[in-house]
Design a protein around this ligand. Structure first.
Ligand code: HEC
Length: 156
């Protein structure tokens, strides 16, 4: 009986943290295709969360997804976030604040319509989002359901 309880506790822990652990750090994403960049200034509703300068990158599968309007498993999109330094009438990159990721896997991330969300610390490379925080990411991306939950669009 004791053994059985311990076993189900392990299962419970595994299911609670499974999604958070599952998005891999996007190795070498700076070699991928640059999609777009943007600066969010103080006063923007998302400033607290992702204020600063970001660049979005797509791996080859994600690039095909942008074109098709539907992303296949294995597609990864990175939102590379930096401090924006506004000085001498120029805005430039400061320190990296976070590596923010969406990864497509229909089965693994079923709870969030096939997309896994994670925010990696730039120094440790570790992701800190739990399943609840990932659901919060998705709650906003749901507005883009007709574009497979992706906001940005590529350009030539
Ligand atoms: C309140 C709305 C909102 C929330 C919450 C939000 N995002 Fe986004 N996200 C956006 C918008 C808007 C863009 C497009 C930015 C651009 O065009 O440069 C975006 C872009 C992205 C992209 C690039 C792909 C795309 O959709 O264009 C990734 C990756 C991303 N978000 C991950 C996350 C993660 C991870 C979280 C949770 C920590 C999160 N987002 C929470 C609004 C949101």
């Amino acid at each position: 009986m004791l053994k059985k309880t311990a076993f189900s506790l392990v299962l419970l822990a595994a299911s609670t943290f499974a999604i958070a652990a599952d998005v891999a750090y996007p190795e070498k994403f700076r070699d991928w295709k640059h999609v777009k960049s943007m600066v969010l200034n103080q006063g923007h509703p998302l400033f607290e969360a992702v204020g600063g300068m970001h660049h979005i990158y797509a791996n080859p599968k994600a690039l095909a997804g942008y074109k098709a309007g539907k992303f296949a498993d294995g597609a990864v999109i990175v939102f590379d976030l930096f401090e924006a330094i506004d000085k001498d009438n120029a805005v430039s990159e400061g320190a990296r604040k976070a590596v923010v990721v969406m990864a497509k896997d229909k089965r693994k991330f079923k709870a969030t319509d096939g997309w896994g969300y994670q925010v990696f610390d730039p120094k440790s490379g570790k992701g800190g989002l739990d399943a609840k925080a990932q659901a919060d990411c998705h709650a906003c991306h749901v507005s883009q359901k007709n574009k497979d939950y992706v906001f940005s669009a590529p350009r030539d």
